[in-house]
Design a protein around this ligand. Structure first.
Ligand code: SAM
Length: 327
């Protein structure tokens, strides 16, 4: 278990103010809900959602309406569609539900990541447990996982081997282990906090083919040297001076998951050597990186002896992953 409490039960840390706009009284309450004179009006889903969207937008939260719906869904124990339907029907909310919803909205307005508030981050077909101390998996990493899965799936072996260096929540490793179930997958993580979150997710999704290792990627898994088919990694790659603008990233992602030295490539230099050691000849390396790091990364890998270094765009056309083949 991580040191931190389960995120959905965590109290608001900074006493963030409640969002503006208490729910307006419902325009036309159903007769059985008609308030007695002077009684507090029954809170309603539509007004609560409107007020939350306004509060989140005012706080600069991108996609305020989506986040409001997802937080209401979390409180109702429903899907996002279920929350939208509750708003369309203008369902009554229990006072405790409204209080919990408004508390979560206030924390989101304080720019806590949505995934810390719901406790879950979607990644491919998985819902990974996340919270303080672990990097929240991102959609662009799903492409990195896809490149690794494609390389792993075509290995002509009954038990191909893959290693995820810097696994964080376990995202890439668990995607490989569940989508290529005949593979053996090792997930390496140095941070004790992140390792604890990965352990929860390995317990949730991993089978006997998933091995979580608490180690530094510099010298991890020496027993696998020369036998691995695919090494995948989303390492820290933000240059030290390039502090991210989004508070969700700057304040809540662990620094050791973000920063990679002056040019952002310090961890990649170590990773390149580790992957050369782990992979068999012809094995594939897949690395996520920043949009402008494709060329320096290909040069770095080529200088280390890798062949066929190639950079791949993500779904928005930005260069975000590079692959190379072990000579
Ligand atoms: C950008 S996060 C990526 C996490 C996960 N792979 C993902 O895509 O969501 C980088 C991860 O690498 C870990 N890390 C950084 N340096 C490491 C090292 N030397 N050895 C092992 N893990 C490391 C960090 O703790 C963090 O969990």
């Amino acid at each position: 278990m991580p040191d931190t409490p389960a995120p959905h039960d965590a109290p608001a840390p900074h006493g963030a103010p409640a969002p503006h706009g208490a729910p307006a009284p419902h325009d036309a309450p159903a007769p059985h809900d008609a308030p007695a004179p002077h009684a507090t009006p029954t809170p309603r889903a539509a007004a609560a959602l409107r007020a939350a969207t306004g509060a989140l937008a005012a706080a600069g939260v991108p996609d305020a309406a989506v986040d409001a719906e997802l937080l209401l869904a979390h409180v109702l124990g429903a899907s996002r569609g279920g929350a939208q339907a509750a708003a369309l029907r203008d369902d009554a909310l229990a006072p405790e539900q409204l209080e919990r919803f408004n508390g979560l909205v206030a924390r989101r307005a304080g720019r806590e990541p949505l995934q810390h508030l719901t406790g879950l981050a979607p990644f491919r077909h998985l819902e990974l447990e996340v919270g303080p101390g672990v990097f929240v998996p991102r959609p662009e990493t799903e492409i990195v996982a896809q490149l690794a899965i494609d390389a792993l799936a075509v290995v002509p072996s009954g038990h191909p081997r893959a290693v995820d260096l810097g696994t964080g929540s376990g995202a890439i490793a668990l995607a490989m282990a569940t989508e290529v179930p005949h593979a053996e997958v090792w997930a390496i993580e140095r941070s004790a906090d992140a390792h604890a979150w990965a352990a929860r997710n390995v317990a949730r999704y991993g089978g006997e083919n998933t091995h979580l290792v608490h180690a530094d990627l510099a010298d991890a898994a020496a027993e696998l040297d020369g036998t691995v088919d695919v090494v995948a990694s989303n390492p820290p790659y933000v240059p030290d001076e390039a502090i991210p603008r989004d508070p969700e990233v700057r304040l809540f992602d662990p620094p050791q998951a973000l920063y990679g030295g002056p040019d952002g490539l310090d961890v990649v230099r170590v990773l390149s050597r580790t992957a050369l050691r782990l992979l068999r000849a012809g094995g594939t390396l897949v690395i996520e990186h920043g949009e402008w790091q494709g060329e320096p990364l290909r040069e770095l890998l080529t200088a280390d002896g890798w062949r066929a270094a190639a950079t791949h765009p993500d779904l928005t056309g930005r260069d975000r992953a590079t692959t190379a083949i072990r000579p």
